[in-house]
Unconditional design. Structure first.
Length: 297
């Protein structure tokens, strides 16, 4: 152990998270040249390139990808060991928590979360954001405390994940729509005109992807960027919106809803956070509160 500089561990963790020497230097409060020298020492110590230039970017080596989650956890464990545990009084806590979540989550669970915070942590606030960004980016740079949503293939492996609940798709039409008068068959569903939900980061909705895999297609007459917009458009037209039930619960008042005439896998909704917040007592309280509210849903 005398031959190993353990200060290289947090430096390696930041470098693997940022994959950029300048940003890593800023987080470590070092000059860019000092951070470059640290990366050089890591390469010698590990006998591995660690980060390799690919065009204008740096990408992790296979060895670096293999150990990234372990390095992140090790850094978090070391910080927890060396930081005195001070009990947090939630009632007197003055803190702003930032949650990255869809408008549907805010509509269905946001009110209950704000009410619980008002009762238990009256000096704290919650800020909901929903703008598009790579999953985990805000968690890694510290601008977001918790993300709520469906896991993506690009989710960073070092993030902590807790499944909250499952949602399922339903059909939604206006109360005057012909499909509101009877049980909808598969033939009637696929013969109808539909609203497509196209997300910039995903290309098309989860349902459209599943139907494409099975060889089935929807007759898309209009496309929108969110499920809530799809419900709003369906209420004013003769188009069918196929949306997650819990996600759109408060938007469907006065509309006719029907079960889909075919089987669609449920949508698992999860909570994500960065390992560095795992032992934070206030963060633990927030996570538990969200889990409790989700169970009630």
């Amino acid at each position: 152990m005398k031959a190993i500089d353990l200060n290289l561990i947090p430096a390696l963790n930041v470098l693997l998270e940022e994959r950029n020497v300048a940003r890593a230097a800023k987080r470590m409060n070092l000059s860019q040249s000092a951070m470059s020298r640290t990366l050089a020492r890591l390469r010698v110590t590990m006998d591995d390139p660690v980060l390799v230039r690919a065009g204008r970017h740096l990408v992790p080596s296979p060895r670096a990808l293999e150990i990234q989650a372990q390095v992140s956890q090790l850094t978090m464990d070391a910080r927890a060991i060396l930081t005195p545990a001070v009990p947090v009084n939630i009632a007197s806590l003055a803190r702003t928590f930032t949650l990255f979540a869809s408008d549907g989550f805010v509509e269905s669970l946001g009110g209950a979360l704000v009410k619980r915070m008002t009762e238990e942590a009256p000096r704290s606030r919650v800020r909901f954001i929903s703008q598009s960004s790579p999953q985990g980016a805000g968690l890694r740079d510290g601008s977001v405390d918790i993300e709520i949503g469906k896991l993506r293939e690009t989710t960073h492996p070092e993030l902590k994940v807790r499944r909250l609940f499952e949602d399922h798709f339903i059909g939604v039409v206006s109360a005057q729509h012909p499909l509101s008068q009877h049980l909808v068959s598969a033939e009637q569903y696929f013969s109808a005109d539909h609203i497509g939900i196209t997300r910039v980061e995903e290309g098309k909705s989860h349902l459209e992807s599943l139907l494409s895999e099975s060889g089935q297609r929807l007759n898309i007459r209009a496309s929108v960027g969110s499920y809530t917009s799809a419900v709003t458009l369906a209420s004013a037209t003769t188009l069918v919106a196929t949306v997650p039930a819990k996600h759109t619960q408060s938007f469907r008042l006065g509309m006719h809803c029907f079960p889909l005439p075919f089987t669609v896998p449920p949508i698992p909704i999860s909570m994500l956070w960065h390992p560095r917040m795992n032992a934070d007592q206030a963060h633990c309280w927030l996570r538990k509160t969200i889990v409790d509210i989700s169970r009630e849903l």
